[in-house]
Write a protein that binds this ligand. Structure first.
Ligand SMILES: Cc1ncc(COP(=O)(O)O)c(C=O)c1O
Length: 403
């Protein structure tokens, strides 16, 4: 039995199998490379689902986290500390407007804070939240109620939130759905878990207008798209709009758990003393990691790097003529290889056998969301390997058809 199989056996005996059985047991990582417990090496093109923005064992994160944990690891929110203030100042500065930050530990918690914020801002006369079909906002009950994937939402109904779902990207449907009964619209700038599906140009602007006309808040969930993933600090900045509330997590902590709910302008002051809280939220170690991420993105010019290497990767994939590939979606280092059929699981499995970790985000789409430090040479390695990966996946799929 391999070390992976032994660990999988133990995992299967004691872990709730909410993730099924993961195919790889990771042991360590450096840069964009990870090693499994059997010593196999992989180029990590999924980065812990768009989280490990500086890759693995980045010196800036090691230094910041080590220093912080050796100084003060935890305070609770009975006391404040320097790192949380610095982080909030940095985030507000990057947005270029005034606002206030609530720090949480994850994406779903950031959205829970946003839900409470909009509920309080709108009052009882506006019970409805508008959200998109195929969206993903998290797994806790509030965020799950907004999540547009019925297979993961419906088993847990009913929720205490009245949600009106609209087809993603259809500005007219959105405008029709946002009425005087709406507290807020929750949107991702591109569907992440939905398969890296960017909004059509002008969609976020149309959402802003619909919210303004109805007096509803616009909440942008940039938990996956934010912190440089698309080559901008925040994906919505390309659209030239300003949300009322912004939620962040994932890449912000570079691997340490942190989330943020940012109320912009007057929406920064809606939640008041006693309205919300978290024992760990804004933990000094997680904040130190997030500051190291922001500093490194800035210092190393990673936004421009993401745009350049992302474009190279997208062009390289697009240039591969293969019957399984329908095209490429996304921007920066946040791409989906759109497939011509239900082949994503086979492609991800064969990629793994060829030494590349990617994610079957949808049955017909493979997601690539590597560390923002992915080099041009590493991108080229994947492009060079992809035809053989796709051929091997085709063989697997043909075998499944005949068996
Ligand atoms: C857009 C979006 N919102 C919210 C979440 C939930 O984040 P977490 O898993 O940290 O709770 C995710 C996670 O994939 C996400 O992609």
């Amino acid at each position: 039995m391999s070390a992976t199989e032994l660990l999988q056996d133990r995992y299967g005996a004691v872990m709730m199998l909410t993730y099924g059985m993961p195919p790889v047991a990771l042991a360590s990582g450096t840069g964009c490379t990870v090693l499994d417990v059997d010593g196999n090496s992989y180029l990590d093109l999924i980065g812990g689902i768009a989280v490990s923005s500086l890759g693995h064992a980045h010196p800036a994160i090691i230094e910041a986290v080590s220093r912080q944990v050796a100084t003060l690891a935890h305070t609770s929110n009975l006391f404040l500390h320097q790192r949380q203030v610095e982080l909030a100042e940095r985030l507000i500065g990057l947005l270029g407007t005034d606002g206030r930050v609530f720090l949480a530990n994850s994406g779903t918690e950031a959205n829970e804070a946003a839900l409470k914020l909009v509920r309080k801002a709108a009052g009882p006369g506006r019970p409805v939240i508008v959200a998109a079909e195929h969206s993903f906002h998290g797994r806790t009950m509030g965020a799950l109620s907004l999540t547009g994937k019925s297979s993961i939402r419906e088993p847990f109904q009913p929720f205490g939130v009245e949600v009106r779902f609209v087809p993603y990207g259809d500005a007219a449907a959105l405008a029709a759905a946002v009425g005087m009964d709406c507290a807020a619209v929750f949107l991702e700038p591109a569907l992440g878990e939905g398969g890296v599906v960017p909004a059509p140009a002008g969609y976020l602007k149309a959402a802003r207008t619909a919210c303004d006309e109805a007096g509803a808040l616009l909440v942008l969930d940039e938990i996956q798209s934010g912190i440089g993933r698309t080559g901008e600090w925040f994906a919505h900045q390309r659209e030239g709009i300003v949300p009322d509330v912004l939620t962040l997590a994932k890449g912000l902590g570079g691997g340490l758990p942190i989330g943020a709910c940012i109320g912009l302008g007057r929406y920064g002051s809606v939640l008041e003393k006693g309205d919300h809280g978290s024992t760990f939220g804004g933990n000094p170690v997680a904040c130190a990691a997030a500051l190291a991420v922001l500093d490194t993105i800035e210092r190393d010019g990673l936004l421009a790097h993401v745009s350049t290497v992302g474009a190279q990767l997208a062009a390289g994939i697009e240039g591969i003529s293969h019957p399984l590939v329908a095209g490429v979606r996304g921007s920066g280092l946040w791409l989906a290889i759109a497939l011509t059929g239900v082949a994503a699981t086979a492609v991800a499995a064969t990629a793994q056998r060829h030494g590349f970790l990617v994610n079957a985000v949808q049955p017909n789409a493979v997601r690539i969301a590597p560390p923002l430090i992915l080099s041009a040479a590493e991108a080229d390695d994947f492009i060079a390997a992809l035809p053989a990966i796709l051929d091997a996946a085709s063989v697997v799929l043909a075998g499944q058809e005949t068996s």
